[in-house]
Design a binder for this molecule. Structure first.
Ligand code: FES
Ligand SMILES: [Fe+2]
Length: 397
């Protein structure tokens, strides 16, 4: 929908990147502390899911009772410790592990419980303070298969996470994170960059498949920090350049390619895009990564999960890292930078694009995602079970 509520054609129709996200992956969906025993409704990749916690374990079921369609998220854990949730309408009660209906409370203990009376159960985990759900059409892979090393290995890394909801399709947000040279322009007056010379722009961007086939890495060569434009004058213009008093840092380096310290830890690039919608950006030291995970909610809404990860280097350094995040990085990266992007992305007018040289990284990501996204192995179809209930009950409503 556009701002006026009109249906607009899918601007990505020709790219093949699916509107509701790449299925068959794990996604972070909710901070763990936000889920207690009371069931909670979430939506991810367009699927409505109820999450609940019982006896310390988290369950995720499809949020629609197969009986007459009530929301299980309006129900409750009527039998604490059983791992079940009961529908608020007539009390059908579902096992969290399997989604099977194990009691139709209002029909008595002898009620038939055909196989059909189940809801989909989603694989769910809690890790790094977040709840992760696998959405797809195949058996879940281990969560660690989908995590970059800095999120998977908590013995080596510690960190924080934040989240925001964007009112735009996930592809618009993911494209924004593809090293498209918007940063030197859009973020040039963010407090962190305000006093620095403009980041090199007009650089030659390239994208390279990563070893392991899970994504692409970006690098950018050359670039300029100022130039004269015929008929306009200089960029940055004089009113924006006088306060850029800091010395250039790291200029002349290849931006994005892994510095030796990063490469030492096995990272090929400082910035990369990973399936299913992850952007990993590291510091030259290799001791800090920000991992931005784009979780599609529906066609017009996206959850932006941001993990700031620090390499464990002793207690004192851990304390310093924590303070740096609390007093600077959280505000700078997770709030101000993303607010600048959010303001633009939520107003993007979907339609035909006129891609240009600086969009090489965006195009490479779209192509990679379509070609390499995980697909379920071929499934042989089972004969449909004939488990219709015998509809001869005379019970009154
Ligand atoms: S709608 Fe759920 S028990 Fe009837
Ligand atoms: Fe940005």
């Amino acid at each position: 929908m556009d701002a006026a509520g009109h249906q607009v054609p899918d601007p990505y129709a020709t790219t093949g990147v699916p509107q509701l996200g790449l299925r068959n992956y794990w996604y972070p969906v909710l901070a763990g502390w936000r889920l207690r025993r009371k069931p909670r409704a979430i939506k991810i990749l367009g699927e409505e899911i109820v999450l609940y916690r019982d006896a310390g374990k988290i369950y995720a079921l499809s949020d629609r009772c197969p009986h007459r369609g009530a929301r299980l998220s309006q129900g409750k854990c009527l039998y604490p410790g059983s791992g079940t949730v009961s529908c608020p309408y007539h009390g059908w009660t579902f096992a969290g592990e399997t989604g099977q209906c194990i009691a139709k409370i209002m029909e008595g203990p002898d009620a038939a419980l055909p196989r059909r009376s189940h809801v989909k159960a989603y694989p769910v985990r809690e890790h790094l303070g977040a709840i992760w759900v696998f959405v797809g059409d195949m058996e879940a892979v281990p969560l660690s298969d989908d995590l970059p090393e800095c999120l998977a290995d908590t013995n080596t890394w510690h960190g924080f996470s934040t989240w925001r909801t964007y009112r735009c399709n996930w592809r618009i947000l993911k494209d924004n994170l593809c090293h498209d040279l918007h940063a030197p322009f859009l973020h040039r007056n963010a407090p962190e960059l305000l006093l620095q010379p403009i980041f090199p722009y007009a650089a030659q961007i390239s994208a390279t498949p990563l070893k392991g086939g899970k994504g692409i890495g970006y690098s950018a060569r050359d670039g300029i920090s100022s130039a004269e434009y015929p008929g306009l004058g200089a960029f940055p213009p004089p009113q924006e350049s006088w306060y850029r008093v800091l010395k250039p840092v790291g200029r002349g380096q290849e931006v994005g390619a892994a510095a030796p310290a990063v490469a030492k830890y096995g990272y090929q690039f400082r910035q990369s895009s990973l399936l299913p919608g992850i952007t990993l950006i590291g510091r030259p030291s290799g001791n800090y990564f920000t991992c931005r995970w784009v979780t599609p909610i529906d066609a017009d809404t996206t959850l932006y999960y941001s993990f700031s990860m620090f390499r464990r280097r002793g207690r004192l350094q851990t304390l310093r890292d924590r303070l740096a995040w609390i007093f600077w990085l959280s505000w700078m990266h997770d709030w101000l930078f993303s607010e600048q992007d959010k303001r633009i992305l939520e107003k993007v007018v979907p339609g035909r694009e006129l891609l240009s040289r600086s969009d090489i990284g965006v195009v490479a990501w779209r192509r990679f995602a379509v070609a390499h996204a995980r697909r379920p192995p071929d499934v042989t179809s089972e004969p449909a079970a004939n488990d219709e209930p015998a509809l001869h009950s005379t019970a009154a409503e």
